[in-house]
Write a protein that binds this ligand. Structure first.
Ligand code: AMP
Length: 318
């Protein structure tokens, strides 16, 4: 499969790389890392990484603006469905390659390279660079490491396999970069965010069946001086609470007129339920979008039932 991807990349003079809406470090780093590798390998090709940017992840790199998609190849990283591709439609391209680690949703009509058990889209790009003639250097290796470390939550999840560690070890040996700089960029945060995190820990509701949730209203975001993306992302800070099986941040985004829900699980599979609420994702890390807090609470109710079943099935009751 890697060789086939390489052959197609080699064939096209113009390549557009896209990823999912609601950018996160893995999505952004996978498209930028791949772009920079193709540029390094084939300096005469036009290669662009597109999508809505955010200042928050500017340390990963710069995105490109492209108006003309004619005669080009589209590579979509970290995205399982057509409606969530940010800024491109496979129909407008000569050919499309998907490189993804989510469970399959839509066939993009070209080459589908999916490994749902991989830690991150960046891990797949790292494999691609290892197994083909695509070049790498320390800057590209660091970019890809941002995505891998972020999506695996610093190697916390089962998706961090021996292959993941092998790849990271090889990359650090061949293309040394400053790991501390990566962690400083990914994890340093303003005091205001830490204060909101403390508020969430003190005020989240935890149900009998182990669902923890909190509404993060626009008023709260103003009070704590934290934007909605940073607020929602705090879901990643609440792993490993004995009493909690599934935890949810419900974040108002007034700019977009939506309520963004982030869900994480230590047991029950949540992505099918997220799909019912205009969402999806991985088995244990999903997201959804609704328009009212009432709808979000219906999702919490469904998650509660899911946890009840999980507790029964796995004999986890008292
Ligand atoms: P988040 O909670 O936003 O970090 O997202 C966790 C996972 O769920 C990521 O893999 C996202 O791509 C996926 N996800 C988030 N929101 C949605 C959505 N509205 N539809 C489909 N997948 C989503």
């Amino acid at each position: 499969m890697y060789k086939e991807i390489y052959k197609i990349i080699k064939k096209y003079d113009k390549i557009i790389i896209a990823r999912h809406k609601g950018v996160d470090p893995d999505a952004m780093a996978s498209e930028i890392g791949l772009r920079d590798s193709i540029r390094l390998t084939f300096p005469t090709k036009e290669v662009y990484a597109i999508g809505t940017g955010t200042k928050r992840f500017s340390y990963i790199g710069k995105l490109d603006k492209v108006d003309d998609y004619s005669n080009s190849l589209l590579i979509v990283c970290d995205t399982p469905d057509i409606k969530r591709i940010d800024g491109a439609d496979p129909k407008d391209f000569d050919y499309v390659i998907k490189i993804d680690h989510h469970p399959f949703i839509d066939d993009f009509g070209g080459l589908e390279f999916i490994k749902p058990n991989a830690s991150s889209a960046c891990e797949l790009i790292m494999e691609l660079l290892e197994k083909t003639r695509l070049k790498c250097n320390s800057s590209i290796a660091k970019t890809l490491y941002y995505g891998l470390v972020s999506d695996s939550n610093r190697f916390l999840f089962e998706s961090s396999s021996y292959e993941t560690f092998n790849l990271v070890s090889n990359y650090l040996r061949k293309y040394p970069f400053n790991i501390k700089e990566v962690y400083d960029n990914l994890y340093a945060r303003p005091l205001s965010e830490v204060r909101l995190k403390g508020y969430i820990a003190s005020n989240m509701t935890v149900t009998e069946s182990g669902v923890a949730y909190i509404d993060i209203t626009d008023d709260m975001q103003t009070r704590f001086d934290v934007d909605s993306a940073a607020a929602g992302n705090m879901v990643n800070d609440f792993n490993f609470i004995n009493e909690v099986l599934v935890w949810v941040t419900i974040t108002e985004d007034v700019k977009q007129g939506i309520i963004r829900i982030s869900i994480r699980s230590r047991g029950p599979v949540i992505n099918k339920l997220a799909e019912k609420y205009n969402g999806g994702g991985h088995k244990f890390a999903s997201g959804a979008r609704v328009t009212t807090f009432e709808e979000a609470h219906l999702l919490v109710k469904d998650l509660n039932e899911l946890c009840e079943e999980y507790i029964k099935e796995n004999d986890l009751g008292d």
